[in-house]
Design a protein around this ligand. Sequence first.
Ligand code: ADP
Ligand code: MG
Length: 250
Amino acid sequence: MAILNINNVHLNVEEKQILKGISLSVNKGEVHAIMGPNGSGKSTLSYMLAGREGYELESGKVLFDQMDISTMSADERAKAGLFLAFQYPVELPGVSSMNFLREAVNSRRKYLGEAELNHLDFVKEARRIAKEMLIKDEMLKRYVNVGFSGGEKKRFEIFQMSMLNPKVAVLDETDSGLDVDALKIVSDGVNNFRSKENSVIVITHYQRLLDYIVPDYVHILADGVIKKSGGPELALHVERNGYAGIINAA
Ligand code: ADP
Ligand code: MG
C-alpha cells in the first residue's frame, strides 16, 4: 500500500498552469528521486505537498497515509509525519532553533500518543544527532536559519528530519550549495534515516547526489509532468546525455 499517492495533480500558480497531471506512488521504505530542468515544477510540487498557501490543487488527489491531504493544514501534515525540506529554507528571526525543534518534535509525539520529551531528554537527543550532522551547540542557540550559511541551512534541515522521524521526507535540492564534505554529511544523514518504515523523495537536478543516496526509482519531471520513470540508471543517462532526449521522446 502506498504511503504517498499523488494522482493526476494539476496546479496553477498565479493563474499559470505549473503542474499538469502528475501521478506518483511511493511505498513504505522506498527512495524516489525526482530530477528535471529548472522551472519544471519540482519546487511547486514540494510546496503543494507541504500545504503552502497559494498551492492548492486545481484537480487531482493526494493521499498521505490514506488521508486526503487537501483536508489537512500544513501543521497537520507535519504532525502526521510528512516532512518537507525546502530549496530555500525559511528564516525565523526571534525563534530559537532549539525551541522551534522541541515544539515540532513534541507536537509530533503528541499526535502519535507518545509522552512529550522533557527539556533534558530533548537536549540530550538533539545534541547527539546534531553532533552527527556536525552542527555546533552554538548554532542551536541561534534563531532558525538566521545567519546560517547555505550549507548550514541544509544540514539543519536534515537534522530536523532526523529528530522528527517522519514517514515521508521530501528533500528539495538539499545538495545545492554544498561542498563535497557537507554533501557527504547530508547524505549520511539521509541514509541513516532510511529504513523499511519510512520513505524519501529526493529532488535534485544533479546526478551527483544520487551517487551518495542511491534511489530505488528515478522520475524525470519536465513542463509539469513526469516524462519518464526508471531506476538509478536513468539518472546516469541524464548525466551523460542531458534532459532533451528524454523530454522530446516523451
Ligand atoms: P523547479 O523547482 O523545477 O526549478 P519551480 O517549481 O520552482 O521549478 O517553478 C515552476 C514554474 O513555476 C516556473 O516556470 C516558475 O517560473 C513558475 N513559478 C514559480 N513560482 C511562481 C510564482 N510565484 N508566480 C508565477 N510563476 C511562478
Ligand atoms: Mg526548485
